[in-house]
Design a protein around this ligand. Structure first.
Ligand code: SF4
Length: 255
């Protein structure tokens, strides 16, 4: 992966600069967590349990907060993840840690083998660097199509998106209609700050990706994610060669 450690900006994802657990932060975190628990329980009451409500877990810090909330509450919400085949080793390590820590089995979706083979044979193993079109086609095959299968037949899906994560997520609501997939999308952490996310992780001793200790506040596929530098946006390390107002992978399309 890329990144120059000496130039890196401190973030809540950096152990040296994570927030101090002041009484004020503890109170703020517990208020946020109580609201999120209520929203998750309400989703089960409204839509039904496992098979109806599902949580898309990509193992970033926010998703680890939701994993803790869902599994500690024992809510019947399915947890799934997309294994693109290009994830960093640290994400696989965290998947194994989560299964052990929570004594739970994750539902993992893989891309269609024939589609990946055809793309790689015709365009090359790292073709996503060559053009936005080729990058989007790779995301389509490795993420968007498996997501469509994961959401098929569900009534609601839960994400760990936060409004403050990037310019493409400003104004993110707690609840929205996902017309692309024909279901309701719930973003219980929409209004959480980065400090509150890390405060929750510290208070509840939640496992998290080792990459967060290496200046990766946002983690995706290994070849398309790098550490961030001084003054950069939290998601600046994702598809860093593209226009920041356009870079989403297609999983979170605005209706
Ligand atoms: S993030 Fe990169 S490697 Fe992963 S699916 Fe998208 S283009 Fe492919």
């Amino acid at each position: 992966m890329n990144g120059t450690v000496s130039m890196l900006r401190p973030t809540g994802g950096n152990p040296a600069t994570r927030p101090e657990l002041t009484d004020e932060l503890r109170r703020a975190v517990e208020e946020r967590a109580a609201a999120a628990r209520e929203q998750l329980a309400a989703a089960v009451a409204e839509f039904g349990g496992e098979g109806e409500v599902t949580f898309a877990n990509s193992f970033g810090a926010e998703d680890m907060v939701l994993t803790e909330l869902i599994l500690r509450l024992g809510l019947p919400i399915e947890i799934f993840t997309l294994d693109t085949g290009r994830l960093p080793a640290e994400t696989y390590d965290l998947m194994a840690t989560v299964e052990k820590h929570f004594e739970a089995r994750l539902k993992i979706y893989f891309p269609d083998t024939a589609a990946v083979e055809e793309y790689v044979r015709s365009e090359g193993i790292n073709a996503f660097y060559e053009s936005i079109d080729l990058r989007k086609r790779c995301c389509q095959i490795r993420k968007v199509e498996p997501l469509r299968r994961a959401l098929a037949g569900k009534k609601a899906w839960i994400t760990g998106l936060r409004a403050a994560q990037s310019t493409t997520r400003v104004g993110l609501p707690l609840r929205e209609a996902d017309e692309t997939h024909g279901l309701v999308k719930l973003n219980p952490l929409s209004d959480w700050s980065e400090q509150e996310v890390w405060g929750f992780i510290r208070i509840h001793d939640v496992p998290y990706s080792a990459l967060h200790d290496q200046f990766y506040p946002s983690i995706g596929c290994a070849p398309c994610t790098r550490a961030i530098a001084v003054g950069e946006d939290v998601r600046a390390g994702r598809w860093w060669w593209e226009d920041p107002t356009l870079k989403e992978c297609g999983l979170h399309v605005k209706s």
